[in-house]
Design a protein around this ligand. Structure first.
Ligand SMILES: [Fe+2]
Length: 221
């Protein structure tokens, strides 16, 4: 399910998976997949179940099947570290390439994967950021966004807490401002930063819309 909004005269769908679909451009946006995080943890002695890649790739497949985008843009930290494509099983790379077949795929550099090795294994273009129509696609929100641009970014893995009956629930969320949107992290093994944390308070203006990702529906706050 999704919430529909009009931004810069484009129809933007905020999907409960944490992705965004820009209808008129046929662009699917995802961010912070952190593919391979379980492999990186295992190398460091933390043996997490290594199934996070399957789940993240399956999630990408289901939204690609649903929206059938012409273009997929991943807004950085797509891979958890520079060596991810060298350490993960080739089956995952093949599965990603199968999903990407006949589509234009752009991976924006994140802080985790700016130095990614063996990029040629993935059928995609790698860029530090991308401007398209009146949109800018980047990993980390710019503090000053040029007047007529609307910017999509990731990086902060925003989360929001909602209290009900004295129980606090925490949800991944989109943060939407006048000229920017920060996407939630899409990957399975990704933590989050509360939008009321000191770090995010400095970055996000008070006037904003938060769209929380519930299990079965989206909540606009
Ligand atoms: Fe990240």
């Amino acid at each position: 399910m999704f919430i529909k909004k009009n931004i810069n005269n484009f129809t933007i769908l905020f999907d409960s998976s944490g992705s965004i679909y820009i209808t008129e451009l046929g662009i699917l946006l995802i961010s912070d997949l952190h593919i391979g995080k379980s492999y990186s943890c295992a190398i460091n002695g933390n043996f997490l179940p290594p199934f996070e890649i399957d789940e993240t790739i399956e999630k990408i497949k289901s939204i690609v099947d649903f929206y059938n985008p012409k273009k997929i843009i991943s807004l950085g930290d797509s891979f958890h570290e520079a060596s991810t494509l060298e350490i993960i099983d080739n089956i995952y790379i093949n599965n990603l390439n199968k999903i990407f077949k006949k589509r234009e795929v752009i991976f924006i550099d994140g802080n985790h994967d700016a130095e990614l090795k063996s990029k040629e294994k993935i059928d995609a273009i790698f860029k530090d950021s991308l401007k398209l129509d009146n949109f800018n696609f980047t990993h980390i929100k710019n503090s000053k966004i040029i007047d007529n641009l609307f910017e999509f970014s990731g990086h902060f893995h925003p989360k929001v807490s909602i209290i009900s009956n004295r129980v606090t629930y925490s949800f991944k969320c989109f943060v939407l401002g006048k000229n920017f949107c920060i996407l939630p992290s899409f990957g399975t093994y990704t933590g989050g930063l509360n939008i009321n944390s000191n770090t995010l308070k400095k970055i996000i203006p008070q006037e904003k819309t938060v769209i929380a990702l519930g299990k079965n529906h989206l909540i606009e706050i």
